[in-house]
Design a protein around this ligand. Structure first.
Ligand code: AP5
Length: 221
C-alpha cells in the first residue's frame, strides 16, 4: 500500500475546535477525515453491534473501550482513499493504548496538532454548539449562528450537557500526559482560543511545512 504524504492527527479537549479545524483542513488538503466521534455516532444511529456497545459509554461522556475504537480506525485506514489522499484522524488516539496500537500496526503520523483552549471556555462552546445533520457543519448559537434557512434543522448533541461535558473533560485530562508523552517528538501545540480562521492560519503553516518534516517517522516510546 502507498504511504500517503499527509497523515495528520488533531487532538484537543472536548469542544476545543477539532471538528471546526478539520473541516478547513479537508477543504484545503483533500485528506480523508476520520472522526471517531462521528463514526461512533453513525454506528449508534444505525444500531450496528458496535453502536449498541458504544452507546452507553457515549451517553454518559465516558470513553468507548480501546479495542472497539482501534478496530474501527484500522478498518477505515485500510481504505484505498486513505492511501491515495492521506488521512486526518480527529479524536483518535485518545489513550496511550490507542497510540501504542497505532504504532504496532505501522500507522505513523506526519503531524500531531494539539488545540489548546482553557477549560473555562470549553463548557460554553459545548453547550452552545449546534450541528446541521444534513451537511455536518458545526455552528455555535452565539459566536457562529447557523444561517436562517439552516437553523430550523440544527440539532444539539446528546452529550453536550453540563454533567456529560464535565465527564468528557475529566477523561481528557486523565489521558493528556500519556498521550502527549507518546507523541512528544512530533506534537505541536496551537493556541485554539482565537477565532477559527486565525487558528487555521497556524494549522495551515504546520501542514504546509517541507516534505522532510512530513516524512518524519515517529515512534511511540
Ligand atoms: P467526539 O465527537 O470526538 O467529541 P469530543 O472530543 O468531546 O470533541 P467535540 O466533538 O465535542 O469537539 P470538537 O473539538 O470537535 O469541537 P468543535 O469543532 O465541534 O467524541 C464523542 C464521544 O465518542 C466521546 O465522549 C467518547 O465516548 C467517544 N469516542 C470518540 N473517540 C473515541 C476514542 N478515540 N476512544 C474512545 N472513545 C471515543 O467546536 C465546538 C464548538 O465550539 C462549536 O460550537 C464551534 O462552533 C465552536 N468553536 C470551534 N472553534 C472555535 C474557536 N476557535 N473559537 C470559538 N468557538 C469555536
Amino acid at each position: 500500500l502507498k504511504v500517503p504524504k499527509r497523515r495528520i492527527i488533531v487532538t484537543g479537549a472536548p469542544a476545543s475546535g477539532k471538528g471546526t479545524q478539520c473541516e478547513k483542513i479537508v477543504e484545503k488538503y483533500g485528506v480523508v477525515h476520520l472522526s471517531t466521534g462521528d463514526l461512533l455516532r453513525a454506528a449508534v444511529k444505525a444500531g450496528s453491534p458496535l453502536g449498541l456497545e458504544a452507546d452507553n459509554y457515549m451517553k454518559s461522556g465516558q470513553l468507548v473501550p480501546d479495542q472497539l475504537v482501534i478496530d474501527l480506525v484500522k478498518e477505515k485506514l485500510n481504505d484505498d482513499e486513505c492511501s491515495r489522499r492521506g488521512w486526518l484522524l480527529d479524536g483518535f488516539p485518545r489513550t496511550r493504548a490507542q497510540a501504542l496500537s497505532m504504532q504496532a500496526s505501522g500507522i505513523l503520523p506526519t503531524h500531531v496538532i494539539q488545540l489548546n483552549v482553557p477549560d473555562e471556555d470549553l463548557m460554553d462552546r459545548a453547550l452552545g454548539r449546534r450541528l446541521d445533520p444534513e451537511t455536518g457543519k458545526i455552528y455555535h448559537i452565539k459566536t457562529n449562528p447557523p444561517p436562517a434557512d439552516v437553523a430550523g434543522r440544527c440539532i444539539q448533541r446528546s452529550d453536550d450537557q453540563e454533567e456529560k461535558v464535565r465527564n468528557r473533560l475529566n477523561q481528557y485530562h486523565a489521558n493528556l500526559i500519556p498521550l502527549c508523552e507518546a507523541f512528544k517528538s512530533i506534537l505541536v501545540s496551537v493556541d485554539g482560543n482565537r477565532s477559527p480562521q486565525i487558528v487555521f492560519e497556524d494549522v495551515d503553516k504546520l501542514l504546509s511545512q517541507s516534505s522532510s518534516s512530513q516524512d518524519r517517522a515517529h515512534r511511540v516510546p
